[in-house]
Design a protein around this ligand. Sequence first.
Ligand SMILES: [Zn+2]
Length: 428
Amino acid sequence: MTLFRARVMDTPDDPFADGALRSDEDAGLLVVDGVITERAHYATVRADHPDEDVVDLRGGVLLPGLVDTHVHFPQVRVIGALGMPLLEWLERCALPEECHLEDPAYARDVAAEFVFGLASAGTTTALVFGSHFASAVDLLFAESARVGLRVTSGLVVSDRGLPDPLLTTPERAYDEAIALAERWHDVGRSRYAVTPRFSFSAGEDLLDACAAVAKDVPDAWFTSHVNENPAEVAEVARLFAEAEHYVDTYARHGLLDERSVLAHNVHATDAELAVLAGHGASVSHCPTSNAALGSGLFPLRRHLDHGVRVALGSDVGAGTGFSLLKEGLQAYFMQSLLGDAGLPLTSTHLLHLATRAGALALGLGETVGDLGVGKEFDAVWVRPLDDDPLDVGLRHAKSPEDALAKVFALGGDSDVAGVWVAGDRIKG
Ligand SMILES: [Zn+2]
C-alpha cells in the first residue's frame, strides 16, 4: 500500500458533454495492489493512514497515464522525415525501414527503442500498429510485457501495393495471426488487434482472412487506416469498385464494431461517419502526422456531431514524436485553423482526448483513463526543472485549467519525471 501526494488533474466527466476538469491541489491517493482505493485531500487520507509510505510528488502535476491509440512500432527510427505526402513518405521512408524488421536482431533493438519511447513520453496504454513480420510482433509483445505497458497490437498484413518482403497471403496471414493471438491475447496487459495495413494494400480475400481471425480470437481488436490522404482515398475507390466508400471496404467484411479503431479519417464523408457511429467504432486523430504529411485538418466537430468516438494517436513515425501532450496541442492548433468549422478546444478537452477518451476507445474505461477510486494507478508526473518556463507557468497559473494549458503548451518528454502502471513505477 502506498500513499501518493500530488496536484492531480483528470477528466472523469466528458468535457465534450459539459464535464469539468477535476483538479485537486493537494490530493492523497491511496494505492493498494495497483488500484486506487481512496482519493481525498492529502491531510484527510494521511490522518486515516499515518503509517503508510508516502511518495511525495508535489511540484508539477500528476495526470492519468497517457493513451496513444495509433502508433507504429517499426517506425521509431524514421521519425522526423519531413517534406513528403503520405504515399511518397511510405515508399521512400517508412516501408524500406519496415523491411528491416524481418531480422529478429534488428527487430529486438527497435522493440526496445519503441517501448522506451512510449514510456518516456508518459504513455502507459497504446494501440500499436505492429510489424509485417510475426517474429517482430512477438518481440514487441515480449518487450512491452517486460516493461509493463498496456499494449494492444497485432501482425500487420498486406497482399499488394507494398514491397515484396512486406506481402503475405490470406492463409499465412490467418495462421500467423492465430499463433500470435494464442501467445499474447489477454495475457497480462497484452491484447491482440487484427491489423490490415489499409485497404489500399489489402485485397478482398485478405480482408476475409482478417475477419476470420477476428471471429476466431474472442474479443480481438481491429485497427487500420482510413481517409488519410486524397490520393490514397482515390486509389482505394478505384480498387474497391463495389464498396460504397472507404469505410465500407472494412464494414462490408464485418470488421467494424465497438472494438475497432480507424486512424485519421481526415477526408470523411457524412455517410462514412454515420456508418462508423452505427458500429460504435472509434477514430484515432493524429494531428502532428496530419500536419507533417499535409494530410489535412481533422473534422472533429463533424465526428462528434455524428456520434463517432475520437481519441488521440501520435502516429509515430509520420507523427513527430511520442508525446501525447504535443498531439493535444497540435489538435488544438488545427481546430483553431479550421475557423468556423473547427471545434474550439480547452485544456480540459485536450487532457480528455489524451487519457479517458483513449481508454474508452480501447475498452479500458473501467480500468484506466482517470485517477478515481477503483481505477488502476496508471499515472504520469509532469515535473519540469526549477525555473524552466513550464515551472514558471505552473507557479503563476491563474486557475487549474490555465495550469493544464501550460502543460500542453510547454510540456515535453523531458518534463516526464515519473510514470506508473498499476502502481509500478516504470520511469523516473
Ligand atoms: Zn498510421
